[in-house]
Design a binder for this molecule. Structure first.
Ligand code: NDP
Length: 276
């Protein structure tokens, strides 16, 4: 099974539902240009009834690497024969590839993307007191990388029954309910869906003052709902999930093509559109 077509172009793709909005093709093409390799990176509209077959078909047809986005990350993880520790901890995968024996490998690079974003805005090697809002797939993917970087981490989630399990899995974290959060954090990361649904998080607003706020959600043309909320309550800086997206893509690119790219250049190109 070859991973390149006759013009020596590697085929990669992202699969999700919905998928039209995805910036992954632009990002990966920009990386490929940077290191002068030829890739064909396309979008696949995931079918909830046929996801596993779609993945199989992609690799049967010689695909090199597949990114997975909502809502298939858990199914991608279950499908793989070999999963990285990062993917196992998250129970979800955003990066798939096949080895020469045809075995499916999975990794989760979301945490690396988040750490890339965070490191752009904090002093090098500084340890931050971080609050992570949410306990879904994206939150789980970033917990271990944040702990590995030496940060202190508190997790708060709407459904409090998820918190004891997380505490058991990650003994170094603290947990809290939204209402009891205190204004003690340097960094607040929104890993809930509230920027998508435009709901207000029921957190004490005084915790936002003077913090660095990172929303995992992104919108190329508009300031996200959480970033607007954070600004209103005097956060020091609000960053949306575009940086994280580019950072996780760079980590996938390295896995597939064995080339390290500088995400800053690609990010700068995407950030030329001013947010409203
Ligand atoms: P999940 O559906 O797995 O988790 C959703 C989380 O949001 C849960 O913790 C849920 O709480 C919480 N939530 C939903 N609605 C509310 C509400 N009204 N009030 C409070 N909490 C709420 O989603 P993901 O973890 O996969 O994704 C979360 C966000 O991260 C999305 O916006 C997604 O776009 C973004 N993301 C960005 C990436 C990037 O590269 N920039 C990569 C991956 C994700 P509960 O447990 O109570 O239901």
């Amino acid at each position: 099974m070859t991973k390149f077509n006759q013009n020596n172009i590697a085929t990669c793709a992202v699969i999700g539902q919905p998928i039209n909005h995805s910036l992954s093709p632009q990002i990966h093409q920009s990386f490929a240009q940077q290191c002068q390799i030829n890739i064909n990176y396309h979008k696949i509209s995931g079918d909830p009834d046929l996801f596993e077959q779609q993945v199989q078909q992609f690799f049967d047809e010689g695909g090199l690497g597949l990114n997975i986005t909502l809502p298939f990350k858990e199914r991608a993880f279950k499908l793989a024969t070999n999963c990285s520790t990062r993917a196992q901890i998250a129970g979800a995968a955003n990066t798939l590839w096949c080895n020469n024996a045809g075995q499916l490998h999975a990794d989760n690079t979301d945490g690396l993307g988040l750490v890339y974003s965070l490191n752009r805005h904090i002093a090098k090697a500084s340890k931050q007191n971080i609050l992570l809002l949410g306990a879904g797939g994206a939150a789980k993917g970033v917990i271990q990388p944040l702990l590995d970087a030496g940060h202190q981490l508190t997790i708060a989630n709407r459904s409090i029954e998820k918190l004891p399990l997380l505490q058991q899995q990650f003994p170094k974290i603290s947990t809290s309910i939204f209402a009891k959060l205190e204004p003690i954090y340097d960094v607040i990361i929104n890993a809930t869906n509230t920027s998508l649904t435009k709901e207000i998080l029921p957190i004490p607003t005084n915790i936002l003052k003077s913090t660095l706020c990172i929303d995992m959600f992104y919108n190329l043309t508009q300031t996200t709902h959480f970033c607007q909320f954070a600004k209103k309550y005097d956060a020091k800086l609000q960053i949306d999930g575009l940086e994280m997206l580019v950072g996780q893509a760079a980590a996938s690119f390295l896995i597939w093509h064995k080339v390290t790219v500088n995400p800053d250049h690609t990010l700068a190109k995407l950030q030329t559109t001013p947010r409203l």
